[in-house]
Design a protein around this ligand. Structure first.
Ligand SMILES: C[S@@+](CC[C@H](N)C(=O)[O-])C[C@H]1O[C@@H](n2cnc3c(N)ncnc32)[C@H](O)[C@@H]1O
Ligand code: SF4
Length: 397
């Protein structure tokens, strides 16, 4: 089945699972812990055991990108993060010019560490601003206010970061389109090179799910989306994915590798990974223990992996599409074959159905979701599921 598989670029995701306090909307694997209470030494020991166990599986491929995500990675001092980077360098595991991102909360305590991260060779910072309005920040249960967010941006620039992402959410409790645009305007003034502009969603197993706040209605959110897209375009950003906007040349290489169905090793509590073995013709997903204590105990042994799933042909089709259809530019059919090992014919029935409904367009060996398709991504993806797994496929332009 998989003779046409080619070894994809490989990224490293490092999960750091603690935050000062759990936000009421967040379903990431993150656990509230007091400042200064993170067991950074023991956790880094575990990460190092974990990565050293996995490196042989890469068969000499070096990481093109590294992403320290969370949780709140900026709770870890630069010295701790540096220990892992040193180990990777010793194993010659990082490609020259690799993109290395670290997620940071804009609290004052964290911002003090930015210069240290830059000194380690971390060349991209991702700041979780969420809003620049104090009432909204309070409604989101954030521990920072807008003044701290503005200060954190200034510290990030002063520390030498030339690639700075800022996360902003819209559709917040009681937010009007005018307030959402004000938030965007204030964010753009802080000179990010990349903006991740998310609509607030209410996720199961969060405090907002148990006690939902009153959110703007669908029409209001739609207005925010249309106005915000124009504002981001006017500010020189290009939307290259559902929620991702970049100044020219500042797209996030790490996330693009996910969306292009590249490989990644995920280390840390609850981290996920996907690795291709060209010799065996397999693509395997892995997940690690979610609880930090358990993870630290088992890291460096095979038992740290709780789930391992080899992807069958039908999984490869839907998983590839799930990722690649998020990209504004879509994808080349040749990439589909290289990453899944399947002939482009495997996509043909779904492509026909989705194209007939105006959800995507095809031409010159490429597939591109239409604007309509990107707004109805779930409906588009239905056509790439085996028939017995389709739940609804009704939308038509
Ligand atoms: C792992 S978190 C970010 C890092 C950092 N801990 C922080 O919060 O500043 C990644 C981003 O996902 C977004 N996010 C998290 N939960 C969300 C939700 N329920 N709806 C929309 N966006 C969400 C937020 O913008 C957040 O910054
Ligand atoms: S949004 Fe960020 S700070 Fe808040 S709990 Fe989630 S990971 Fe932690």
């Amino acid at each position: 089945m998989s003779t046409r598989l080619q070894p994809p670029p490989v990224s490293l995701y490092v999960h750091l699972p603690w935050c000062v306090r759990k936000c009421p909307y967040c379903d990431f694997n993150s656990h509230g812990i007091g400042p200064g209470a993170v067991p950074d030494r023991a956790y880094l020991d575990a990460l190092i055991r974990d990565v050293e166990q996995e490196l042989p599986q890469l068969h000499g491929r070096r990481f093109q990108t590294i992403f320290f995500g969370g949780g709140t990675p900026s709770l870890f001092p630069a010295g701790a993060i540096g220990r892992l980077l040193e180990v990777l360098a010793r194993h010659d595991a990082v490609a020259p010019g690799a993109e290395i991102t670290l997620e940071a909360n804009p609290g004052t305590a964290e911002a003090r560490r930015f210069a240290g991260y830059h000194g380690l060779g971390i060349n991209r910072l991702s700041l979780g601003m969420q809003s620049l309005d104090d009432a909204s920040l309070r409604s989101l249960g954030r521990i920072h206010d807008s003044a701290e967010a503005i200060r954190a941006a200034a510290i990030a620039h002063a520390a030498g970061f030339t690639r700075i992402n800022m996360d902003l959410m819209h559709g917040l409790p009681a937010q009007t389109p005018a307030a959402a645009m004000d938030d965007l305007r204030r964010l753009v003034a802080l000179r990010p090179t990349h903006v991740s502009w998310y609509e607030l969603t209410i996720e199961p197993n969060t405090a907002f799910y148990s006690a939902p706040p009153r959110l703007p209605d669908e029409d209001t959110i739609w207005d925010m989306r249309v106005l915000g897209q124009q504002q981001l375009r006017d500010a020189g950003f290009r939307q290259y994915e559902v929620s991702a906007w970049a100044a020219p040349g500042h797209e996030c290489r790490h996330n693009i590798n996910y969306w292009e169905f590249g490989d990644y090793l995920g280390i840390g509590a609850g981290a996920h990974g996907k690795l291709t073995d060209v010799e065996r013709g397999t693509i395997t997903r892995h997940a690690r223990h979610r609880l930090p204590e358990r993870y630290m105990k088992l890291a460096g042994t095979p038992a740290v992996v709780v789930r391992r799933q080899e992807l069958a042909a039908s999984d490869r089709v839907i998983e590839f599409m799930l990722n690649a259809c998020r990209l504004t530019e879509g994808f080349a059919l040749a990439l589909f074959t290289a990453r899944t090992g399947l002939d482009a014919e495997a996509l043909a029935p779904g492509l026909r159905q989705a194209a007939d409904r105006g959800l995507l367009a095809q031409g010159a060996g490429r597939v591109q979701p239409t604007e309509f398709g990107r707004c109805h991504l779930n409906d588009l993806l239905q056509w790439f599921l085996p028939e017995d797994r389709r739940v609804r496929a009704t939308v038509q332009r």
